[in-house]
Design a binder for this molecule. Structure first.
Ligand code: UD2
Length: 312
């Protein structure tokens, strides 16, 4: 197995990629600055190399990619509201770091870079599901940074011949998603509140919809993108292809947990997209991707994990 750099490997999605790569016998290096990740997310894996530092520094990016065949660029500050309140910090983490990784990868002769893009890039499209050839309309600094990151990859592919693929993630959830910040993903926030007997907040009327995707599906899509032929410069949705509302999500979790807690409704969040649902035909065609874990099964696995964590 070749070598892989996982940037943001101590984060939620990064740590799942590292786990699977190590399981497959790959040589793995992680670079992380612990801005949103935790060393404990990798406590269960052995034999990886760890580099602590910020990729907003070019020399850190160069040390990180040195000798690596593949780069899975997951490092980010993954939050719409955090980017709305602090666009500069978010820009450094999401965009300066991405340019540094690309320059370093180009110079080091990396075989392929796979980038964590976001469904946020679409903004509010007039039709659903969202296809990769639809016009983009970023509604937040985070969405714009992720979109420009993708465009940098496509441009590096064209201009320098660097193999580079962007995967647009759609609201990923699963074990190890950190519920401790108000900027955390909504499923982690709802579960931790319900399990601890607190009332979760729903921003807006709760009828906004998302294509919530269990993390194992993302891991599969990203690892397929490292080897698929003819994908350099492409942007590819990886999700389930369905959508549910926040109100439906809340009720599903409440039923699973066996709680009768009511949510608190609050003002809609600035920069939020209304509806999100992926068209996954491009991923099916180019990557041979099919969702492995359904939303319901993913929710059950995630809940099981939080229950053990919260009890511990
Ligand atoms: C965006 C991207 C997603 C990913 C993510 C990174 C879209 C459609 N999705 O997710 O692909 O890049 O950013 O973090 O742009 N909410 C509540 N209560 C809470 C927290 C959130 O009601 O306590 C609502 C929130 O207003 C939104 C929905 O839940 O309508 C999902 O919020 P989120 O922060 O989990 O993810 P989102 O959609 O910003």
């Amino acid at each position: 197995m070749p070598s892989y750099l996982v940037t943001g490997g101590a984060g939620f999605i990064g740590s799942h990629l590292v786990t699977e790569l190590v399981r497959r016998g790959a040589q793995v290096r992680v670079v992380d600055d612990f801005s949103t990740g935790f060393r404990r997310n990798l406590d269960h894996v052995r034999g990886i190399e760890f580099l602590e530092g910020s990729l907003a520094e070019l020399d850190v990016a160069r040390r990180a990619v040195d000798g690596m065949a593949f780069v899975l660029h997951q490092a980010a500050i993954p939050s719409v509201p955090r980017s709305v309140s602090d666009p500069i910090t978010s820009h450094r983490a999401n965009l300066d770091a991405t340019l540094n990784i690309l320059v370093a990868a180009r110079d080091a002769g990396v075989r392929r870079v796979v980038f964590a893009g976001s469904s946020a890039a679409y903004g509010n499209t007039p039709t659903l599901p969202k296809r990769e050839d639809m016009p983009t309309r970023p509604l937040s600094p985070y969405a714009l940074q992720k979109l420009v990151g993708e465009q940098y990859l496509s441009m590096f592919s064209e201009l320098y011949g660097l193999e580079a693929v962007s995967i647009r993630y759609f609201n990923v959830f699963g074990p190890r998603q950190d519920p401790s910040s108000p900027y955390s993903g909504v499923i982690s926030l709802f579960i931790s509140a319900l399990v601890e007997g607190r009332r979760p907040t729903i921003f807006g009327d709760g009828d906004q919809t998302r294509d919530f995707t269990y993390v194992a599906n993302i891991v599969d899509g990203v690892l397929r993108a490292t080897t698929a032929a003819g994908v350099s410069g492409e942007v590819i949705n990886v999700a389930t292809g369905s959508r549910i509302s926040l109100n439906q999500l809340f009720r599903a979790l409440r039923d699973l947990i066996g709680s009768n807690i009511e949510p608190v409704y609050s003002d809609p969040r600035a920069g939020d997209v209304r509806d999100s649902q992926a068209d996954i035909t491009k991923a099916q065609r180019l990557l041979g991707y099919e969702p492995l874990v359904t939303f319901e099964e993913g929710l059950r696995l995630t809940l099981e994990w939080y229950r053990t964590e919260i009890r511990a």
